[in-house]
Design a binder for this molecule. Structure first.
Ligand code: BT5
Length: 234
C-alpha cells in the first residue's frame, strides 16, 4: 500500500513501530503503523503508553544527518498544523520545544527520532487520537483529540499528516529552513517568555528567544544567548 509516495504497511501488533523500520532492509521512504503497540518508547529511556485506538506510526527516510535538527522541526510543525486543521478554532494547538504538540496545554502527541544506519532516519510519532493515559506527576497532563472534542480515526489522521509533512518537506527542499523556522516560531508556546529547561546537568532558565538552524533552543540572560541542545522545557 502507499500513502502519497511512501510505501506503507499497517501491522496488527508490534513491539515498537520504530523497531520494525530499524530492522527493515528497505532504505526507501516507508511508513509503518500499528493497531496495537506493546512496547512503545519515548526519549531518554521513557515509555510511551500506547492505548488501543490511538495512532502509533514510524517513518523511515534517507537524510543527510547534518540536517537532522531541521527535520525534527518539520515533523513537529507538520503535526501541529495537522491538528490545527481539524480543530474548530476553539482549541489552542501549540508546539513545545523540541517537538511536543500541546492541545489546550496538554500533551496529545510525542515524537521520537532515531537512526538506523548512518544516513537513515526513523521518525516515530504517537498521537492520542482516542484515549489518553492517566499518569501522575507529568509536567503536562495527557489528553487525546477526542477528549478535546476533535473526532478523527487514527488512519485518517495519518493520511492527513502525510499531506502536511510532504508539503513541508517540499517547501524545505525548495526554499530552505527559513520559512519552516518562521512558522515553527509563530506557533510555539512561551516565545519571549522566561522558561526553565531540565538538562542532564541540571536546570537552566532564561528568556526563550528562538531556535537556530540546527533546531537548538536559544535562551538569553543579560544579553548573552546560549544554545541548548537537549532537554525538557518545564
Ligand atoms: C515522546 O517522548 O513523547 C516520544 C513518544 C514517541 C512515541 C511513538 S509511538 C510510535 C513510535 N514507536 C515507539 O516506540 N515510539 C514512537 P518523551 O518526550 O520522552 O515523553 C515521554 C513521556 O510522556 C513519558 O515519560 C510520560 O510521562 C508521557 N507519556 C507517556 N505516554 C503518553 C501518552 N500516550 N500521552 C501523553 N503523554 C504520555
Amino acid at each position: 500500500m502507499f500513502i502519497n509516495s511512501w510505501s506503507w504497511q499497517d501491522i496488527d501488533i508490534v513491539g515498537s513501530t520504530n523497531d520494525v523500520i530499524k530492522k527493515s532492509k528497505d532504505k526507501g521512504r516507508q511508513i509503518v503503523s500499528a493497531k496495537k503497540q506493546i512496547n512503545g518508547r519515548g526519549r531518554r529511556g521513557r515509555s510511551w503508553e500506547s492505548l488501543l485506538g490511538n495512532l502509533f506510526v514510524s517513518f523511515g527516510m534517507e537524510l543527510d544527518i547534518n540536517l537532522l535538527g531541521q527535520v525534527i522541526m518539520i515533523v513537529g510543525l507538520s503535526l501541529q498544523e495537522t491538528i490545527k486543521s481539524i480543530s474548530d478554532g476553539s482549541q489552542s494547538v501549540l508546539l513545545k520545544w523540541p517537538n511536543d504538540v500541546l492541545l489546550n496545554n496538554k500533551k496529545v502527541s510525542g515524537i521520537l527520532l532515531e537512526r538506523s544506519d548512518q544516513d537513515y532516519l526513523v521518525i516515530g510519532i504517537g498521537v492520542n487520537t482516542e484515549k489518553s493515559p492517566k499518569i501522575d506527576g507529568l509536567i503536562y497532563p495527557a489528553t487525546s483529540l477526542k477528549e478535546e472534542g476533535i473526532e478523527i480515526d487514527r488512519l485518517s489522521f495519518l493520511k492527513l499528516y502525510v499531506d502536511f509533512f510532504d508539503n513541508n518537506l517540499n517547501i524545505w527542499e525548495k526554499l530552505g529552513f527559513e520559512d519552516i523556522k518562521e512558522r515553527w516560531l509563530a506557533n510555539v508556546k512561551d516565545l519571549n517568555q522566561k522558561i526553565e529547561i531540565r538538562e542532564d546537568s541540571g536546570i537552566k532558565s532564561g528568556k526563550f528567544v528562538g531556535i537556530d538552524d540546527n533546531g537548538f533552543l536559544l535562551i538569553e540572560n543579560n544579553g548573552t544567548v546560549e544554545r541548548i541542545m537537549a532537554g525538557d522545557v518545564l
